[in-house]
Write a protein that binds this ligand. Structure first.
Ligand code: SAM
Length: 287
């Protein structure tokens, strides 16, 4: 008799999607969530937190390119970067490709995510060993409330707004982000799905619009997140993601990416009509 295939499934109340597992590599239940790493037939190694896909080797470059390079190619001199969440290391890896970055601080609440990825997903976690990476296991909400440091770019690479990530979607958190962001700083945050979480997007945009001059949302395709289409939220006191984007900098950097380029940067800000209609009154004009 054939051995039955092993599957891992991301389940939602009314739909789900699954991947065929070739090897189960890591599984733990931490203080915050369940953390699993599996190898799959179609997507390589994958990290699941509480049964939700966080990272797949097959498409992680899309998410990590777009969360990092869009702000880093607009900020004139990003020397100090803060990443909140992102314990897989993929965002830190992309941030550190920028030579101007002197230090990238990562604040991940769950040490087991870092441990799991260091053991099994080196493609994202290798950057965490860089001498320019400062890794802190702690709550990002508490960190921004207490730190005396100031940052050029802050990237909120968080899970969905449940459990310890819920306050990362709240006003108090963004008031502290504003306090620790330099005057020409940029914050970019994981902004959920336009199809399934448009009201969460509106609430996030409302919060940042009450605190920052420049507020935008941009989209990209992510094959392993529900709906395949996902967003990041942009906020800055002074910088516009298109008006202050000097696209020559991308070529001059000598860096080559698999998803990000000058055109994907600009096109990402073109919103589909249903999303535009719900958010437009809160978004800033491009200038
Ligand atoms: N790319 C991913 C996505 O959108 O599914 C996010 C990846 S990353 C693994 C998200 C991380 O945020 C998780 O490992 C989680 O432990 C961390 N996290 C959640 N709440 C946090 C908090 N309050 N402070 C710091 N890290 C937090």
């Amino acid at each position: 008799m054939c051995k039955e295939a092993d599957w891992i499934e991301e389940k939602h109340p009314d739909f789900g999607f699954r991947f065929r597992v070739t090897e189960r590599l890591y599984s733990t239940k931490s203080e915050f969530q369940s953390v699993e790493v599996v190898n799959t037939a179609s997507h390589g190694k994958m990290l699941f937190n509480d049964g939700l896909v966080m990272v797949s080797e097959r498409d992680e470059f899309v998410y990590h390119d777009m969360i990092s390079h869009v702000p880093l190619f607009v900020h004139p001199k990003p020397k100090k970067v803060l990443v909140i969440g992102g314990g897989d290391g993929g965002t830190v890896r992309e941030v550190l490709l920028h030579k101007e970055v002197e230090e990238c601080t990562l604040v991940e609440i769950d040490g087991s995510v870092i441990e799991a990825c260091k053991k099994h997903i080196p493609v994202t976690s290798k950057a965490l060993d860089s001498h320019r990476a400062k890794v802190i296991v702690g709550d990002g909400v508490k960190f921004v409330a207490e730190t005396a440091e100031k940052f050029d770019v802050i990237i909120v690479d968080s899970t969905d707004p449940i459990g310890p990530a819920a306050p990362l979607f709240g006003k108090e958190f963004y008031e502290n982000v504003k306090r620790v962001l330099k005057d020409d700083g940029i914050v970019v945050s994981q902004g959920e799905s336009p199809f399934f979480e448009l009201e969460t997007q509106r609430s996030m945009v409302e919060i940042v619009a009450s605190l920052f001059e420049h507020v935008h949302i941009y989209n990209y395709s992510n094959i392993t997140y529900p709906g395949g289409f996902w967003s990041f939220i942009w906020a800055s006191k002074t910088l516009c993601p298109l008006g202050n984007f000097d696209e020559k900098r991308v070529k001059e950097s000598g860096l080559k990416f698999r998803y990000y380029n000058e055109a994907t940067h600009k096109a990402a800000f073109a919103l589909p009509q249903f999303q535009l209609e719900r958010l437009q009154d809160l978004l800033t004009d491009f200038s």
